[in-house]
Design a protein around this ligand. Structure first.
Ligand SMILES: CCCCCCCCCCCCC/C=C/[C@@H](O)[C@H](COP(=O)(O)O)NC(C)=O
Ligand SMILES: Nc1ncnc2c1ncn2[C@@H]1O[C@H](COP(=O)(O)OP(=O)(O)O)[C@@H](O)[C@H]1O
Ligand SMILES: [Ca+2]
Length: 542
C-alpha cells in the first residue's frame, strides 16, 4: 500500500455492513482512530462512532453463524466475510469495559485487508506488553484473587494475545523472593492480583532486584536508587486497594486489565524508610503513625473478618483516642510546583509531574549533584493523634478524594499531615472530611507540608536514649495501656507502611522521584463522573 511522508498510510475508507445497514468505516492512522459513520442524511438516531487506535484491544476474523445468516437479506447473498474489533469503552466513574463491533462485507479480499491493516496497527503499539509475570495472592481481601483473575482478567489477556506465567503465592514474601530469582528480562511487566500489601511485596521484589543487579546498597539512605523500568499492573483484589484507586480512579479488575493491555505507563514516586542506617521498607501510598498505625496493628489480628476488619478496628481506635509525643524534622519540597492546599488535582498528563520529570532528567545529567544536605530542616515537636505522610492522594473507595486530595503521583514529594491532639469530636470532624468535599486541612489542629524527606523520633525513644532502663520502660508502657482513659499513651504507636506494620518507630524517610512505573495513566479528567459521593449520615449529624 502507498505511504504518506513519515511512513504513515493514507486512511482506509470502505463501506462495510454493521448489523443490517451499510456504514462508512475509516481507519485513519494519522489521526489515530477507527471511525464508523451512518452515511444517510443526519436524523435523530443516526450515529457517528470512533475509537482511538490506542484503545483497540484486538481484531479477529468472525464466523457468521447460522442464526445471523438466516435473518433478513443474508439468505440471498453470497457468504459474507466479517471481522470483529474489540475496544475499550469508557463508562461512568473511570470504569472501562471491553466492547466489540462486527463489520461485514461480501468481498473476502476487502475483509482481509481490514484485518491486516488493524493487526499491523496493533503491532505498531510498542508500549503494549506481550509477556507478563502474574502473582496472585489467594488470601487478599475477600479471598477472591484467583477467581477474579481467572474469570475476568485471563480471558482479556488471551484476547489481546498476551502470554503469561502465573504464580499463585503460597506464603507471604513468596512473590518478593521469586522476583530475585526469575529471568526478569523475559517479561514486559509484572502483574499483582491482591491489595496494597501484595503490591508492596511485588514492588520490593522489583526495586530490590534492580538495586542488587546494579550494585546499589539499599542500606545507605543517601544512595541514588536505580529507576525500575519494568511496569507493575495492579488487579485490585484486596481490602483497601488504595494504590489502584488513586492511580486509575476506580478499583475494578476489568478496568485495570484493560490499562495493562493498552500499555499505559504512569511513573510513581517511591519513598524509602531507614532506621539507624539500615533499610526498613519502601512505600508509595500511606505511611501513617498514630491513628492509621493503630488501626492496622489491631486489624492484623482480625484478618478473618476480611475488609470489615478496618471498620471494626477503626471504630475501636477512634474510641481509644491515643496521642503520641514526638519530634518531626523535614525538608520542604522546594522543587515541587504545587502545594497541598491547591484546588487542582493530579490528573492524566499532569504538568506538575512532567516538570518534576524534567528536573529529574537534568539531575541525572549532572550526576545527581544537588546539595540536599545544605537545605533547611524544619523541626516540630508535639503531641499527635496522627502523622500521615502520603506520596499520593490515597483515594480509595472509603475516601474517594483521599487523605491529601492535591498530592501528586510523580512530583518527587510527599504530603506530611500532622494531626495534633484535639477533642474526640474534632477528630471525628476531621475524619468525616476524608469522605466529603470539605477541606481536610482547614482545622487549627491540622498542619500539612509538602516535603521531600523527613525524620521522626518518638518522645519515648528520645527518653530511652538518655535515661530509662528497658525494664522500667516496659512497666511504664504497661501502666498506661491498663488505663486507656488517660489517652496519653506512653507506649509507641506503629507505622502503617502501605498496609504493613514497621518494627521501628524512629525512622528516616526520603522521596525518590518516579522510581517506578505502573500500567496506568493517572485519573482522567472527566466531567460526567465525580458524582457527588453519597453523604454519610455522620456528616449530616455534624
Ligand atoms: C466517620 C468517618 C470515618 C471515615 C474514615 C475514612 C477512612 C479512609 C481510609 C483511607 C486509608 C487510605 C490509606 C490506605 C492504606 C492501605 O495501604 C492500607 C492497607 O490496605 P490493604 O489491606 O493491603 O488493601 N489500609 C489501611 C486501612 O490502612
Ligand atoms: N499465599 C499467601 N499466604 C499468606 N499471605 C500472603 C500470601 N501471599 C501474599 N501474602 C501477604 O498477604 C498480605 C496482604 O495481602 P493483600 O493482597 O494486600 O490483601 P489485603 O488487602 O486484604 O491486606 C501481603 O502482605 C502479602 O505479603
Ligand atoms: Ca508525590
Amino acid at each position: 500500500m502507498e505511504q504518506l511522508p513519515g511512513g504513515r498510510r493514507p486512511p482506509l475508507v470502505s463501506t462495510l455492513g454493521l448489523g443490517r445497514r451499510s456504514w462508512e468505516v475509516t481507519l485513519d492512522e494519522e489521526r489515530g482512530r477507527l471511525a464508523w459513520r451512518d452515511p444517510r442524511p443526519p436524523r435523530r438516531g443516526s450515529e457517528n462512532c470512533f475509537v482511538p487506535t490506542s484503545e483497540i484491544i484486538a481484531v479477529e476474523e468472525t464466523e457468521f453463524n447460522k442464526k445471523q445468516r438466516n435473518t433478513g437479506k443474508w439468505q440471498k447473498m453470497a457468504k459474507p466475510h466479517a471481522f470483529t474489533v474489540y475496544y475499550v469503552k469508557k463508562a461512568r466513574n473511570h470504569r472501562w469495559r471491553c466492547s466489540d463491533v462486527t463489520f461485514w462485507c461480501v468481498d473476502e479480499h476487502l475483509c482481509n485487508q481490514w484485518i491486516q491493516a488493524l493487526k499491523e496497527l496493533l503491532e505498531m503499539q510498542k508500549c503494549r506488553p506481550k509477556h507478563l509475570l502474574v502473582y496472585i495472592n489467594p488470601y487478599g481481601g475477600k479471598r477472591q484473587g484467583k477467581r477474579i483473575y481467572e474469570q475476568k482478567v485471563a480471558p482479556l489477556f488471551s484476547l489481546a494475545s498476551i502470554s503469561t506465567d502465573v504464580v499463585i503465592t503460597e506464603h507471604a514474601n513468596h512473590a518478593k523472593d521469586n522476583l530475585f530469582e526469575v529471568n526478569i528480562n523475559k517479561y514486559d511487566g509484572v502483574v499483582c492480583v491482591g491489595g496494597d500489601g501484595m503490591f508492596s511485596e511485588v514492588m520490593h521484589g522489583l526495586i530490590g532486584r534492580m538495586q542488587k543487579d546494579s550494585g546499589i546498597d539499599q542500606n545507605n539512605p543517601k544512595a541514588p536508587l536505580v529507576q525500575c523500568n519494568i511496569r507493575i499492573g495492579i488487579i485490585p483484589a484486596g481490602s483497601t486497594d488504595c494504590i489502584c484507586y488513586s492511580t486509575v480512579g476506580i478499583a475494578d479488575p476489568v478496568t485495570s486489565a484493560l490499562h495493562i493491555i493498552v500499555g499505559d505507563c504512569q511513573p510513581l514516586d517511591v519513598s524509602s524508610i531507614h532506621h539507624n542506617n539500615t533499610f526498613v521498607k519502601y512505600y508509595v501510598s500511606l505511611l501513617g503513625y498514630g491513628f492509621y498505625g493503630d488501626i492496622l496493628k489491631d486489624s492484623e489480628k482480625k484478618r478473618w473478618m476480611g475488609p470489615m476488619r478496618y471498620d471494626y478496628s477503626g471504630f475501636k481506635t477512634f474510641l481509644s483516642h491515643h496521642y503520641y509525643e514526638g519530634t518531626i524534622s523535614f525538608q520542604p519540597a522546594k522543587h515541587a510546583l504545587g502545594s497541598p492546599r491547591d484546588k487542582d488535582r493530579c490528573r492524566t498528563g499532569c504538568y506538575i509531574c512532567k516538570e518534576s520529570e524534567q528536573q529529574l532528567a537534568e539531575q541525572h545529567k549532572t550526576c545527581g549533584l544537588n546539595h540536599e544536605e545544605d537545605e533547611e530542616w524544619k523541626v516540630i515537636k508535639g503531641k499527635f493523634l496522627a502523622i500521615n505522610a502520603v506520596n499520593m492522594s490515597c483515594a480509595c473507595p472509603r475516601s474517594p478524594k483521599g487523605l491529601s486530595p492535591a498530592a501528586h503521583l510523580a512530583d518527587g514529594s510527599a504530603d506530611l499531615i500532622l494531626v495534633r491532639k484535639c477533642s474526640r469530636f474534632d477528630f471525628l470532624r476531621y475524619l468525616v472530611r476524608h469522605t466529603n468535599h470539605d477541606d481536610q486541612f482547614d482545622f487549627s489542629f491540622v498542619d500539612v507540608y509538602r516535603v521531600k524527606s523527613f525524620q521522626f523520633t518518638s518522645k519515648l525513644s528520645e527518653d530511652n536514649e538518655s535515661s530509662v532502663t528497658d525494664i522500667g520502660k516496659k512497666r511504664f508502657g504497661q501502666f498506661c495501656r491498663d488505663h486507656p482513659v488517660c489517652c496519653c499513651n506512653i507506649a509507641n504507636s506503629t507505622w502503617n507502611c502501605d498496609g504493613e506494620t514497621l518494627d521501628s518507630s524512629a525512622i528516616e524517610v526520603r522521596v525518590h522521584c518516579q522510581l517506578m512505573k505502573l500500567f496506568a495513566r493517572g485519573i482522567e479528567e472527566n466531567c460526567k463522573d465525580e458524582a457527588a459521593y453519597s453523604h454519610s449520615s455522620v456528616e449530616q449529624l455534624l
